[in-house]
Design a protein around this ligand. Structure first.
Ligand code: A2P
Length: 304
């Protein structure tokens, strides 16, 4: 799995041509990992960009790129997982994924619209969903399987019955939400962490400017002649975590790749460790009085 990839989630949903252009530019610049999800509505555009990259000779074969997608919550049922992955593959016009993830540890009523309402949230049967995910891998529809937005507790639930343990847990992670305990737990259990919103997701309605406007990061960036984004991405990389960054801008795509030939000093890392911590992606819309998660505490298992 490459250590730096391009995410394609945007809010509002991006126009297909914007995604195609950004992915082609990213491939030209050297990106080889791309992240999508059925709920992002970018699978088709990503697949189109990869086809164009092949026709243009930017890559020689599909195997040169690492593609991740995620099952949406309304398909989090044992008998819906394989059809959902088949639909994703059809959208991407691909034979297989490199990684297929459970997007959230939550089920929505089958066919629930998007945006959904809190009444659509129902208990998830994690065992049957995971067992169908395992079948996806056994069938060769995906090379690996994993999860997203899982806490240590929910990972432990999966590990208790998994025949194939999750390869990765993709979570919000950046200098303003460092996820120290989760990283320790995942690494101790052989699960990779992939960081989404490594810059705090400033452009999205779920994101914050807490990273790009952090005074600590600004000072470090200025003293090193780097951008704040580069310092944040470098910090994530130094935690042994895979980065899923989003930019549809060529200059920023280029800038964000330039984080591998320098490092943060111990002193700088210590300053970053003290940045105030806040979870930005709360997933409040999964909380309801009558549903399986009555509070954020329950959804996130009180974990920091
Ligand atoms: P844009 O797509 O216009 O480049 P995250 O990766 O944390 O989800 O953050 C994504 C947001 O950060 C997007 O709005 C993206 O905007 C912006 N972004 C990406 N790279 C940079 C950068 N180097 N400097 C400033 N903003 C950036």
């Amino acid at each position: 799995m490459p250590v730096l990839g391009l995410g394609t989630a945007a809010d509002p949903f991006p126009a297909p041509e914007v995604v195609v252009k950004a992915v082609l530019e990213a491939i030209e610049l050297g990106y080889r990992m791309f992240d999508t999800a059925s709920v992002y509505q970018t699978e088709e555009a990503l697949g189109e960009a990869i086809s164009q990259a092949l026709s243009l000779g930017l890559i020689k074969s599909r195997d040169e790129v690492f593609i991740t997608s995620k099952i949406w919550c309304s398909d989090n049922y044992g008998d819906r997982v394989i059809p959902a992955l088949q639909k994703t593959l059809q959208n991407l016009k691909m034979e297989y994924l490199d990684q297929y993830l459970i997007h959230f540890p939550v089920s929505l009523k089958p066919g629930a619209p998007y945006p959904y309402s809190p009444e659509d949230v129902v208990p998830i049967d994690l065992k049957s969903v995971w067992s169908a995910m395992e079948e996806c891998q056994t069938l060769g529809l995906t090379k690996s399987i994993g999860v997203s937005n899982f806490t240590c507790k929910k990972l432990a639930d999966i590990l208790a019955f998994a025949k194939i343990p999750p390869a990765v847990n993709q979570v919000e992670m950046n200098p303003a939400w460092q996820q120290g305990k989760l990283i320790e737990y995942c690494h101790a259990n052989g699960i990779a962490i992939a960081a989404y919103s490594p810059l705090g997701g400033p452009g999205a309605n779920w994101g914050s400017k807490g990273v790009l406007e952090s005074k600590v990061l600004m000072e470090i960036a200025e003293s090193k002649g780097k951008s704040v984004a580069q310092v944040a991405l470098r910090w994530v990389y130094e935690q042994g975590v895979v980065i899923v960054m989003k930019s549809f801008n060529r200059e920023r795509l280029k800038q964000n790749l330039e984080i591998f030939d320098w490092e943060l000093s111990d002193e700088e890392s210590k300053k970053i460790a003290k940045i105030p911590q806040n979870r930005t992606v709360l997933a409040l819309s999964f909380i309801s009085e009558s549903g399986p998660f009555k509070s954020l505490e329950e959804l996130w298992d009180g974990e920091q």
